[in-house]
Every structure is written in C-alpha cells, then in structure tokens.
Design a protein around this ligand. Structure first.
Ligand code: GAP
Length: 456
C-alpha cells in the first residue's frame, strides 16, 4: 500500500473508531456510499458550517442566509437542464454487472454535449472490464444523475419530483422574494448550506464522492458589467477561506480553469479550487461566473420575470450570478487529511489531529487525576460545569491520565485540564496542550479567559 492509500485507510479507521463517520445502515450490511456523521463528526461538520456562515454572512453586509427545502417544483429541474443534461456516460459489464463511467475507462475519450446531455465517443478504449476482466460491450448510455421520488397522498395520482441534484436551485427561485423582502440592492449574495443527491455511477474514496452530501453555496447577484471584477474578488475570498479560515496548506491547494470543452455553455468563466487530498489534486469547490442563464431559464419556465431595477442607473436587467459551490463532506475530508499526525513519543505512537482549535469537536477535556477520590471528582465536576455552558467540553475519568490524553489527541481536543491534589490547595489546574504536550498551571478563575484568548 502506498503512503497516500495508507493515510486514507488510517483516516477511515479513525473516523469509525472514534465516532466521526459511520457507514449508513451498518446493521443491514451497510448502504453503499452513504455515510452518517457520528457524535464527533457532527460537531466537526457543525463547526465548519458555523464558521462558513460567520465568514460568508455575518462578517459581510451584502449577504443573506437561506435554508431552502429539498423538494421543489419539478419544472425547476427542467428549467435548469438537469432532467436532460445532468448525465454521465455509463457502461455496464454484461458479465459482473458492475457499472463504470466510460470516460474513466482506460483509453476512452468522450465529449459531452452540455445542452442535450449526450455523450459522443471520440475514441474507444479498452473493452476489458476492470473488475472481472470480462468483455465490455461498447454501448454507452446517458445516465441521468437526478434522484426521483413521488409526492401526493392519492395512489396513482402521485407526482414525480426530484431530490435536489444541486443545492443552489432554490436560491434562484427565491431571488425575487429575497430582493423584495430584504430590499436588497445589487450587488448582493445569498448563502445556503443544503443537501444534494446524485446517482453517481462511480463512487468510493470514502466521503469524496457520495450519493447524499451537503453543498455550501454562495450565489452572488450582480450587474453584468461588474461580474468580472466581482468574480475576481470572490475567487480570492474563497481561496482565503481554505487557507486562512480552515488552515489548509497553500501548497496542497491550486486553481484549475475549465477548458472550453469542459465549461458549461452558458458560463462566462469557470475555475475549480482543487486540494491534494491524498495522491492527486481533486475538486473541492467550483467558483463560476454563470452569466444570467439561471434567472433567465427559471423566468422562462415559470412565466415570471426574474430581473432587477437599478434605482440609480434606472436600468432593468437580469443579474449575473457568481457561484461559489463547495462540498461539506470534501471539506471535512480535507481537514482530516491535512491534520492527521503520527509521532513517536518514547516508544509509543501518538496519533493526533492538529486541527484549528476553533474547528475541533471538543475544545477542552476535564480529568480528575483519579476516579476514586470524591473531593477530586467534586472539584473536577465544578470545573466541567463552569466550562460546559460556553464550550464543548469532554468529561473523562477512565484509565490513567496518559491514556486519556491519547484519546483526546486522536479527536483533536486542543486542551486537557487535569484536577489534581494541588488544585484542592490553590485552585489551579494543569492545562496540557495537544500539539506541544506542554503543561502549564492556570487558576480556575482564569481558565475561561485563557481558552477564549487562544480561540481568537
Ligand atoms: N451548483 C454547482 C454544483 O453543484 P458541482 O461542481 O457539481 O457544482 C459543487 O458541485 C461541489 O459539491 C463540488 O466542488 C464538491 O465539493 C461537492 N460535490 C459534488 N458532487 C459530490 C459528491 N458526489 N460527493 C461529495 N461531494 C460532492
């Protein structure tokens, strides 16, 4: 196994062992490529979402947050082109029935018509099934990725609807409501964190490609002539998010521009932020100038005009949209890949997550030195109760202190507080730092400020 596969294996194992990510429906043998966030993962995911909202909404004055429903009018997906063009090229092995994306098979070259969703074969490659070595038939099907369900209570009168293929679509439908209810002046943006569902053909790589995931989207509405300038500004904001806010290393991030063939026909420009998760650079977020296509299409299909009247220039226009669409699961995975650390401490292997304290699931852990001394337990409980209302704090009185440190290191808890015999005399505790393993004594009345300062 090479080093990066090895790292992926270690992360998958850590995620399950320590309650970050569980395979969905495990008692039924699992449900392929669907995952649950466990207790630790839910906290990490929440911290990512909260920080994203703080940076993209709270610290800006022209951004509005919405939380749209998963189900929408089915016409919206016709308007967006998803019912026709949201396709991948499918080849199914007639022997083992395994399904593959033709464009990912050895030697194959295909080109998609982004309007019709049709895939044209430019070059036919290997016809050997990568899984069973059986013979493949070169019949490529356009496989639509949308997931459908039905609504309605009367049998036989149900309407086919779609789970969101991309989270952003209801931002476009809500545009006139947001414009009017918020008296929003262009340029302004809408932020939304929402679920998306895709019938992906090839999955795997843990959280990287899954059937159900969350997207963290900014849809920024602007005048057409301002879109290039604002697009450049949003590219910078989004790159800074990964480096400055999340702490990913710049050397593992890069920009990749869509080629003219890859770029969707209506986009004015399209770049992806890629991250070197393990071996290769892969997409983390798309930052695209989508022109006025989305609002025009939804306007055409709904019969409403989705435009904006600029009171200063007295001009009416359909706004351009700059979209920044990142995946929560991929961000989560990137944070684990970036921050997983192993080191030898004497003869013992120490695993720790060197994640930014603001993102760590628990900020502090409180340990009574021993579990059988009521006065120590009582004092430790008072420290725990002091911190708990303000910070996610973990209580642990099982095993020796060394083992408790290791358990917290593995889940990224930045500070472990031990209540010992000296605490009973002078009201101080030891605070041990996850990264340096150094300890200092801090008075109980200063702990909150001490942690607050470090968190800033
Ligand atoms: N509205 C634009 C849009 O949906 P996308 O490139 O298809 O664009 C945006 O998706 C982001 O969503 C990607 O950059 C990735 O982070 C995430 N994403 C897409 N498909 C995914 C999948 N199957 N599993 C996990 N994350 C996915």
């Amino acid at each position: 196994m090479n080093q990066s596969n090895d790292l992926m294996g270690k992360i998958v194992s850590l995620c399950k062992r320590r309650g970050f990510v569980y395979p969905s429906s495990e008692i039924y043998g699992g449900f392929a490529n669907v995952y649950d966030f466990g207790p630790l993962g839910s906290l990490l995911a929440k911290n990512i979402r909260d920080l994203w909202i703080k940076k993209m909404v709270q610290e800006k004055e022209d951004m509005y947050l919405i939380d749209g429903s998963i189900l929408m009018h089915p016409k919206a997906w016709e308007a967006s082109g998803h019912t026709v063009a949201f396709t991948d090229p499918l080849i199914q092995c007639p022997v083992c029935k395994k399904r593959f994306r033709a464009d990912q098979l050895e030697g194959w070259q295909l080109k998609k018509d982004n309007q019709t969703g049709q895939w044209n074969i430019l070059k036919q490659g290997s016809l050997i099934c990568p899984d069973c070595q059986g013979n493949l038939i070169p019949a490529v099907k356009e496989f639509n990725l949308l997931m459908a369900t039905e609504v309605g209570s009367v049998a036989g009168e149900k309407t086919k609807v779609y789970l969101k293929g991309e989270s952003c679509q209801n931002v476009y439908l809500d545009f006139p409501l947001i414009r009017d209810t918020m008296a929003a002046k262009i340029p302004f943006g809408v932020a939304q964190i929402g679920k998306a569902f895709r019938n992906e053909i090839t999955l795997g790589k843990f959280l990287f490609k899954v059937r159900e995931f969350e997207q963290m989207d900014v849809e920024y509405f602007c005048a057409p002539e301002e879109s290039d300038k604002l697009y450049a500004e949003w590219k910078k904001i989004r790159f800074d998010w990964y480096v400055k806010d999340l702490g990913l290393s710049e050397s593992r991030l890069r920009w990749r521009q869509h080629s003219s063939e890859e770029r969707i026909f209506y986009a004015k420009d399209a770049w992806d932020i890629e991250y070197k998760f393990f071996e290769d650079f892969e997409e983390l977020e798309g930052v695209h100038n989508r022109s006025d296509y989305d609002l025009k299409q939804q306007g055409k299909f709904s019969g409403k005009t989705l435009d904006y009247f600029d009171p200063i220039s007295k001009k009416r226009f359909v706004p351009y949209i700059i979209e920044c669409s990142g995946g929560l699961q991929r961000t989560f995975l990137a944070l684990l890949a970036e921050n997983y650390r192993e080191e030898m401490v004497k003869d013992d292997k120490r695993v720790f997550l060197k994640i930014k304290p603001a993102l760590a699931p628990y900020k502090a852990a409180v340990f009574p030195l021993v579990a059988n001394k009521p006065e120590l337990i009582q004092k430790a409980r008072s420290v725990f109760n002091l911190l708990k209302p303000e910070l996610m704090t973990f209580w642990d009185d099982i095993g020796n202190i060394g083992k408790r440190y290791r358990r917290q290191d593995e889940i990224g808890t930045p500070w472990c507080l031990t209540i010992d015999y000296q605490t009973l005399e002078d009201d101080t505790v030891t605070i041990r730092d996850r990264d340096t393993m150094k300890q200092e004594r801090v008075s109980i009345e200063d702990i909150k400020n001490w942690i607050r300062e470090k968190l800033e």
